[in-house]
Every structure is written in C-alpha cells, then in structure tokens.
Ligand binder design. Structure first.
Ligand code: PLP
Length: 364
C-alpha cells in the first residue's frame, strides 16, 4: 500500500487503521521515546500512590519544582512546570506575544503553530543542508539584529540531531540580549547527548534573563502519557505571567508524584545514556556504509538520513519498514526538507537491527 500521509510518532491508531497492523505490534521509531521504558522507581512510586488522584496536586508544585531544580542545577524560583513541553511552548508563545519571531529550521513544527495561534509572525532562519544543518553562528547573530522579539531554537535539533555547543549558545544569548530578543531553547533531547559535551544552556539562565530553557520528560524518561514538562529561566516576571495564564492544576497528581522521584533514578539515567550512546555509534557506522545514503552525525537519540541516489523515496522506505512493523519518520513535511529525508530513533537492539536490515535491503 502506498502512503502519501505524513505520520507523527504518536499516530499509531492511524497506522493500525490504514495498514491493518495492531498498534501493540508496531515499533515506533518516529516518537523518539527512550526504549528502556519507564524508570523502575517511577513505576513503583506510581503503583504505590494511585490514591493521590483523590486530591488536587499542590497548586504551587513546590516539591516538584524543587526536584527539577536540583536535577538541572537551578533554583525552584526559576522553574515552572507544564502539561508537557507542549503546554509551555503554547503558554510562552502567548505570554511573549512576539510581533516577529525567528525560528531556526528545519525543526519541530509546534513553535510556528503555537506562535501563529498567539498572533505572531514567524520567519525561519535556515540551517543549511550544505552546512550539514550545523548552525552558522555569525549569520544568525546578524539576523538577530533585524527587529525580532523572540528567537526559538531546538538543541539538539529535531529532526537533524545536530547540537549547538554551549560556548556558541552563550554568544547567541549575548547577541540576543543586546538586541532585546528573548531566546527560547527547547532541550527536549538534551539528556541523550554525551555528558562530556556539557551542552545544556540551563547554567546560562542565571546570567541571561532573556533565556528560557524548555524540557519535557516524554522522551528521555519514556513517559509521553504523563504530560510533564518544565521551563527554566531567571526571568521570574515571565514565570509569573505563565502561571497567571495557565489552567490551574494543569500538571496532574500522578505526574506530580512521578516527577518528584523520576529525576533521582540515577541508575536508569546512567543506563539510558550508556545504551543510547552505544546504539548511536553502532547505527551511524552501519548506515554510513550505504553509498546511496547521506547520514548526518547524530548527537542524541535519533538520526537523520538523506537518500542521495536512486529512485527510492522516504515514503517507499516507510512502506517497506512498516511491513516489518517498524514505523520511521518520513521528513517530507518538515520545512526545508523533502521526500529524500527520513529520521528514526534508536529503539531496542533487535528492533534496530530489523530496521537496519530493511534499509540495507532497500538501498543495496
Ligand atoms: C523538539 C520537541 N519539543 C517538544 C515536544 C513535545 O514534548 P512534550 O511531550 O513534552 O509536550 C516534542 C515532541 O515530539 C519535540 O520533538
């Protein structure tokens, strides 16, 4: 069967209907979720505290914000929580209400969508394919002088898996500050990055009030159903305005219970980092041997590839992979990308091998 639709990683029900494959049997290589599953500590805590549902969560989420602050080396006053990073993207778009925003792309589409709903106008700063989608810092710094009030970037970036190093980000913060631009950095995938890189912008939030760092637990902590995200900024006025606009108790009691222990599961965090790092290297090496693919060096838990020769397109690979119950992301609907790009995340080793076999068979 040919598909012309572009499926999001969470579209398993749609796939079930169109392809007749039970969603439980599908391996979602497109949702970018940690394959190790829930942290054992979270599982235990949730199962022992189901009765928390009979009470409202703490309206201030004091203990949860304390746990997050300790995890990211910040202070609770600088942390606000939301119903996934998605809610915070939406709230921050409304609060910042930029007349003109600059988004580094190709990237996650929700920034443009949320900013559009908030009545803002967006321009894209193009991360060039000829630069392997790696940021040209000088060029961005020039663009920041063009009257923007908000700049949004995803680090590491979805779907390119490219990383902006901290020293570069610091220069961008500085330039944004000089030009009165708020900088929103989505670090949804940061914890998958090699710790040695120390690339998170959270430590910069103390010095740059114009910086907001966003995170969520959906991907690294394998809990997209929990709906928990957080933002870190020393701009406490911004936090106050987000809180005023937010629906009360938008983070539910189960997410509050889970979030209070999740970040302390050191064993799970270590295992995830080690596992993803090994698979990242292994998969990059194996794909790099395929001549008709260009493989972009991944820094987190997913990889972007371009089909550079032959008549096969990303949706042909999607069809071939789905027959093996592997759902990849055809990237044609990302700005600046087309039918030659696909992305997939690293799942369990056997599943990764099954997908790699499909890719090797198709492009041999
Ligand atoms: C870059 C990025 N940010 C945010 C989200 C949404 O995360 P959450 O589940 O925390 O709302 C996604 C989901 O795909 C994403 O890729």
């Amino acid at each position: 069967m040919e598909h012309k639709e572009h499926f999001h990683g969470s579209d398993l029900e749609k796939i079930e209907k169109i392809y007749g494959i039970k969603k439980e049997e599908l391996v979602s290589f497109s949702a970018n979720v940690n394959p190790l599953g829930l942290s054992p500590l979270v599982k235990k805590e949730l199962s022992q505290n189901l009765d928390c549902l009979t009470a409202y969560p703490d309206r201030e989420y004091s203990d949860l914000r304390k746990a997050i602050a300790s995890y990211v080396n910040s202070i609770p006053e600088n942390v606000c929580v939301g119903n996934g990073a998605s809610e915070l993207i939406s709230l921050l778009s409304k609060v910042c209400k930029p007349k003109k925003a600059l988004i580094l792309g190709p990237t996650y589409s929700e920034y443009e969508h949320s900013l559009g709903l908030a009545g803002g106008m967006c321009d894209y700063f193009e991360l060039k394919e000829t630069d392997n989608f790696v940021l040209d810092k000088e060029s961005l710094i020039k663009s920041l002088k063009a009257g923007y009030d908000l700049c949004v970037l995803c680090n590491p970036n979805n779907p390119t898996s490219a990383l902006i190093e901290k020293d570069v980000l610091k220069e961008i913060c500085e330039s944004a500050k000089e030009n009165n631009v708020l900088l929103m950095v989505d670090e949804t995938y940061m914890e998958f990055v090699d710790d040695k890189k120390d690339a998170s912008a959270v430590s910069l939030t103390f010095d740059y009030k114009n910086l907001i760092v966003l995170r969520g637990v959906s991907k690294f902590f394998a809990s997209p159903g929990l709906r928990l995200g957080y933002a870190v900024t020393s701009n406490t006025d911004l936090i106050k305005r987000v809180n005023e606009l937010q629906v009360p108790w938008s983070v539910n009691s189960l997410a509050e219970v889970a979030g209070k222990v999740m970040f302390s599961d050191k064993e799970y965090i270590k295992n995830t980092k080690e596992y993803v790092s090994i698979e990242r290297e292994r998969i990059f090496e194996r794909l790099s041997k395929i001549k008709s693919l260009k493989v972009y060096k991944p820094t987190c838990n997913f990889i972007l590839c371009k089909i550079v020769s032959g008549s096969i397109e990303a949706n042909d690979l999607f069809d071939a992979a789905i027959k093996e119950k592997c759902m990849i992301r055809d990237c044609a609907d990302f700005n600046f990308l087309d039918e030659s790009f696909f992305r997939f995340c690293f799942m369990k080793k056997d599943d990764n091998d099954r997908l790699l076999n499909v890719i090797e068979r198709l492009f041999k």
